[in-house]
Structures are given as C-alpha cells and as structure tokens.
Design a protein around this ligand. Sequence first.
Ligand code: PLP
Ligand code: ZN
Length: 397
Amino acid sequence: MNYFNNYRCTRCGQEYEPDKPIYLCPVCSKTYQPGMPLPGILECTFDYAQIAQAWEEFCIAFPDANATQKIEELCELFSPLDKEHYPNLPVGNTPLICSQSLMGKTLYLKFDGVNPSGSYKDRASNLMVAEARRLGIKEIVTASTGNAAASLAALCAAAGIKAVIFAPAKAPPAKLVQIKVHNAELHLVEGTYDDAFAAALDYFATHDCLNRNTAYHPFTIEGKKTGGLELFAQLGEVPDYIFVPTGDGVILAGIAKAFYDLKEAGITDRLPALVAAQSESSDAITSYWENGVYADAIKPDTIADSISVKTPSAAHLAVKALKDSDGIGIRVSDEEILSAQKMLASRTGIFCEPSSAATLAAYFQTLEQAWIQDQAKVVLMLTGHGLKDIQAVKFDD
Ligand SMILES: *Cc1c(COP(=O)(O)O)cnc(C)c1O
Ligand SMILES: [Zn+2]
C-alpha cells in the first residue's frame, strides 16, 4: 500500500502511468543527446490528501514518537514503492549531529558516510534495486564517478541482481575495490565521468536492464529525497539552510523534492534555503544559477571527485530548487575543501570525503558575507566517508 500516483514531466507537465519503466519524458527528451543536461526529467506525484490524513493519524496515535519512528513513517508515506521490495540491507536513518566545535557556530551535521557503502548514493540505489525486484529485472547498469557504482554494487549484491558499471579509470582505488568486491561487472572508461554516462546509455540501449544513471530514472531523485525527510523528522522542523555538495545536482533536487512534498501534504509550510556547494572548476550549476543560461563547466579538475562533473544531468532541476528556495550556489577551491575536511575530522570526529567537506568550506564563505542569521538552523550534508579516498588527505608535515 502506498500513495504514489503518477510520473509527471518537470518540463511540460505531462503525466505518465507508473505501470512500466519510464525514464525521461518521451516528448521533451526527443532532442536529447549525451553531453547536455537531461531534458524532461520526470518526478513522482503522490496522493497528498491521503498522506496528510495518514500523517495526522500517526501523530495522534504516537504523540511521543521518536525521530527514528517518524523517519520510518514519513519515508513510507512518501515512497513510490512498498517496503517489501527493498533489498535486505538497511539504508538511511543516518545521524544528525549538533556541533558547536566549528568556529563556535551551531551546525547540524548529517553524516551519510555511515550508509552501507559509505555514501548518500545508497538512498537512490536502494529504490532502483527495489524497482528491479518489483519488476523481476535481473540487471542494472550505471555510470558513476565511483560512489554510485560502489553503492549499486553493494545493494545489487544484497538482492542477487547483476550490477554493470561504467566508471572513469581515474576513480579513487577504494571505490573501484568496492565495485569489484561486490562482484559487479566493471567497465573502466578512459576519459571522464561524462564519457562513462554516455557509455552506460549505449549499453542500456542494447540490454534488458534498468538504468540507474543519476537523474535518468525518477526514482534516483525519490531515493535522494529521503535525506530531506529525515532532516525534518530529526529537527522537528524545517531547517533554515541546507548546504549540499553538488555535482550533477540530484542530491540537491532530491532534498528539494522532500520539502515540496511535505509542503504539498500540508505537513510543513516553508522551504529551507538550499546552498549548492561546488568545486570552482566544476561549477556549471552555480554559473547557470548566476547567469540564467546553461553552459558546461569548462574543465572539471578537483580533488573532490564525487562532485566533478562537466555536464550536470539535473542542472535544470537544481537551479529551479535554488531559485524556489531563495538559495545560492557557492564555489570553493580544493585548498578550502582540504582544510575543511581536516577541521571536521579533528574537531567533530567525522571523517568525510572532500566532496562533503565542500559544504563546510562554502559555509565559511557565507560567514564573510553575513548572509545567515545567528539563530538560523544550518545543516551540512556530509554525503560520503573519508576512507573512500585516503589519497586526497593532505598533511602539513
Ligand atoms: C554523488 C555525490 C555528491 C554529489 O551529488 P550530485 O547528485 O551529483 O550533485 C556529493 N557527495 C558524494 C559523496 C557523492 O557521492
Ligand atoms: Zn515533457
């Protein structure tokens, strides 16, 4: 039993029945070619009136429900799939740590490095593997900078499904080890993540499988929505600001979707301001937000491999999420990222990937602009574990 209605095109508004796998809007994606942001990404719509009623009943029946119970309820109400299809490897319900040890500021740190494969990507893989199980499909393909692949490999292993991975040969070794140890079929692509994205689409065109390329299937966004639902349950309110490490823009779009959905169901009445934390060399979404015109990042080259993207697949949705929420995009340097990574590790006990540390670096930039009020509730999304890329860490001596 779930409240999932339909797929709806985020560009033209056309709705589609969820009876068979569907990716981009067939009308809006006619002109799509690899190398451009995905046109006509679909979103899931729900029966919001029924969700509102079910949530109200839950709150009356369990007035003392703790955060974990609320997370379970919200994630079930707003999921497009029944839990029985989920792979047998729990994902999400990650800790939200309130810290005062970063320059004396009160910050909420959402640490998704503790997911089974060590990153936020498990949230999307969980739902895609569940969809494969529901449909009886035995194989899932994806392109990845590393984490999506490691994640898909792990969750497919839990469900007895074959994972086929296209990843850049330059991906951090630990991520390649994860892919192999879970027995996925690994195709190393000489070139960038964007080349791997195109290679995975080619494979998909000739094989009977699901495609988990990020943003391509609406469930990749729905899966990434759960982190936003969790923030609401853990804080007991909508945070004021959420800093999100941003490459393709799907985590950003997914977190935005959580708050659109909560608002649509009348459970909340406002959106958190979203901040896209980007590497200065992989800044296509920030530039698009600034200029109103899309252009590729010229030459992505950053220590933060997980947010290194030339052509962000969810660029249109990500910029809409920034605008709708009065958010902003921020560019940070590798130097700022590495120093933020060390500060987090030494002062909070959280060892996160460079990509994730970009959020703290971006937050420090906002302090200079005094954009955030002192009492504001600020969340940093720490999306990946630092052990995934130990070569990135720099020591002074
Ligand atoms: C993929 C990833 C991101 C960026 O997510 P996008 O949806 O590509 O913007 C950030 N951090 C980590 C650890 C990731 O794996
Ligand atoms: Zn459309």
